[in-house]
Design a protein around this ligand. Sequence first.
Ligand code: GDD
Length: 410
Amino acid sequence: RVVAVIMVGGPTKGTRFRPLSLNIPKPLFPLAGQPMVHHPISACKKIPNLAQIFLIGFYDEREFALYVSSISNELRVPVRYLREDKPHGSAGGLYNFRDLIMEDSPSHIFLLNCDVCCSFPLPEMLESHRRYGGMGTILVIKVSAESANQFGELVADPATNELLHYTEKPETFVSDRINCGVYIFTPDIFTAIQGVSTQRKDRANLRRLSSFDAIDSATSRNLPADFVRLDQDILSPLAGKKQFYTYESMDFWEQIKTPGMSLKCSALYLAQFRFTSPHLLASGDGTKSAAISGDVYIHPSAKVHPTAKIGPNVSISANARIGAGARLISCIILDDVEIKENAVVIHAIVGWKSSIGRWSRVQASGDYNAKLGVTILGESVSVEDEVVVVNSIVLPNKTLNVSVQEEIIL
Ligand code: GDD
């Protein structure tokens, strides 16, 4: 049997995701109309003999209760939210719940970061992992040399795929192969984490006994024994010891740290729906339907006027109302938004309960990596008629009655 664990973090993480994370835990923010965490969860469905899925985080359980119960019913696999009292790091969080995770005596444990967007080739990883015979296999991908330093950079043996060297977010270039935040382990991983924790305790005791405290490396000196990071504390020291192997993805992969990237990832998941869930894509057939171009998701409760034109890369959430002649391109429209007649929204995220007036434009350049490359309206923002909002971020509850450009409205 196999179990899957998804690390969802907590309220002190995801700060770069503001203002969207002010309303909703980042893992529940919708991409292609489904909560972010839904995409890795539904990928787990393809794992043979999957017994359970655990979400580990330090958000309040109540924030996840509704989602966890509905997805358990839908997938017919138990999905449980396990709450950490405080952050224990990616490996420490896993270790903290080892008894629950090992309840079904799984032979393998998948560990997935919730803030990555990819095709999650999990069955293929499992098969390769069995062949390699190590303690763990890491999903890796080749990225541009300029962007690699935002991630864990690694070197693998081209013949055996063994992990030879691992450095987390290095200052000088090591490799353009990076850690995708998707792993498969045997239960031996718990022994490895326990080892790091014990070593920390021993060192702390030694320091207390002697005045000589230069033994520890600068990075882990002040960390509590139960805070263990998978990357720095496990992968780096165990690289080159025939314990970890790599599986290289040739598919898409992105990390979702900012609202701008969530718009890009929403497009990637909508495109994937063509193969995995075509029924979720709006077809635009029928005389009463709006004109649809490219990949579009429209929640069944949303009302879209037949003369509106929608797409590509648009997702429209529950109870949104899109007026006559409105034009939406590359945007995420959240619950209860109203977009009035002839308004235009391009490269933007429109927050819950916001309204956009007649003949208004809310738009941006669409540079996903730039700070203001996607226009973001927080919850309950009101853009009045004929107002133009370009490359801007607007915090919740603001009313805009004049046009703005390249501004952050606090
Ligand atoms: N439950 C829990 N508890 N989750 C955590 C904790 C914790 O203490 N710390 C981090 N997480 C979750 C985050 O929510 C995220 O989903 C994932 O674990 C990784 O977060 P970070 O540890 O902050 O690392 P990162 O995202 O900057 O980088 C990691 O992932 C990249 C791939 O996305 C590293 O492993 C990189 O090497 C890797 O490239």
